[in-house]
Design a protein around this ligand. Sequence first.
Ligand SMILES: *Cc1c(COP(=O)(O)O)cnc(C)c1O
Length: 389
Amino acid sequence: MKKQVQLATRLTQLGRNVKDQYGFVNGPIYRGSTVVFASVEDLEHSRAAFAYGTMGTPTIKNLEDAWTELAGAAGTVMSPSGLGAISLALMSTLKAGDHLLMPDTVYRPTRKFCDLTLKKFGVTTEYYDPLVGEGIIELMRPETSTLFLESPGSQTFEIQDVPLMTRLARERGIKTIIDNTWATPVFFQAHRHGCDLSVEAGTKYLSGHSDLLMGLVSANAESWPALRATYDSMAMLPGAEDCFLALRGLRTLHIRLQEAQNRALKIARWLAEQPEVKTLLHPAFESCPGHAFWQRDFSGSSGLFSLVLDPAWDKAAVTRMLDGLSLFGMGYSWGGFESLIIPFDCTDYRTATRWTHAGQTLRLQIGLEDPDDLIADLRQGLDRLHAPA
Ligand SMILES: *Cc1c(COP(=O)(O)O)cnc(C)c1O
């Protein structure tokens, strides 16, 4: 990141070169497989800026370079989905016989990739309490090659002590990968906090419009060659239009995150005061486990958080609440312009931690609607909890 201008300014500049674009502000969408060479000599030595579609195009390179600079990394590769990026990162650090440490609060499809696919290739996954801290040392084995982090944790938002965990791993020659989707590099600089690889589901905030699936993996200098080689060996890359949409999303990423932060904080503060809400699981609130690490390491909070309702209400009451909402949609993914809410139950698949809250749990994604409209929708929803069944 160049020092002379602020992040918001850089986001308007990265990944485009007006001089090469006939003066057009945005780069073109390069589609294609074949690249022709000028001579046999050039062909035999792959002497060209681009050699074949799977090895990159100017559109792909624009996005790779922009993300590398934003993330403070040595290099970036993309994948057609966030989950694809996670599996790519894991395959670059793991081999048969290795032991992998995974936080119990990891994004659930990541867990499935470990338990199904990695297991088949001879990798043993062990789940750990994301708040284990120094205790991670006791779980490290001679064959542990990778420590995975996700902070905050999926659904329940535990913040990990990333500098401590990455230092303990590095001292033992263990690679670290973080799923940094919630904060993005705008609010958390993963590599500066010691992570070797950092994954972003671009599907969420980089897209910002729920119209794109994409994953990005950035790496520090030490881990970059293995990541790039793994990527090149599989050639699972996003399409040109998707890279163009991601570059477009990059221009407003900072502003959309600021808006998501402000709106989510306003709504979370209001929710904290409602008698029906027992506990707020939002990293910027003291009630969130690991809040002190968020305060120390992050420069902001995004628009996704959870809450625990008072145990007075059961699943049927929550169904009444959610079914009648008019502005909040119910659906997966997040980071778009529209607000979402889902009920979740993390008790039936986690294995290394015990969930101690008794109330029903909800996850909210705050979009760009007027926050007072969203609050009114939620207040009516909370009122329906009290309605006779
Ligand atoms: C959504 C999400 C992913 C996966 O992204 P997809 O593009 O939907 O595959 C990975 N990690 C986290 C934390 C996510 O929220």
